[in-house]
Write a protein that binds this ligand. Sequence first.
Ligand SMILES: [Zn+2]
Length: 72
Amino acid sequence: MTVRDLPPVGELTEQQQRGWSCVWCRTALTVGEDMDLGEKRARPEGGAAYSWFPRACSDAAACAARETGKMP
Ligand SMILES: [Zn+2]
C-alpha cells in the first residue's frame, strides 16, 4: 500500500484532526472501517507543537471517488 501525503493539518477540520472523519474525503468514520495513519506532530507557526491523529477510510478506492467526485 502506498501512503499518500497528508493534507496540511491547518486545512483540516477538528473532526479530521481527531480522527473522527476521513483525512481526505471527510466522511465520518466507523470503527473497523477505517485506517489508522499514526500519530503526527504539527508545529504551527508561532505556536506550540501538538499531536494529531489522522485516520482514513479503509476502502481507498471509494475514498478517492468521494474525494474527487464532489457528489452532485
Ligand atoms: Zn475517505
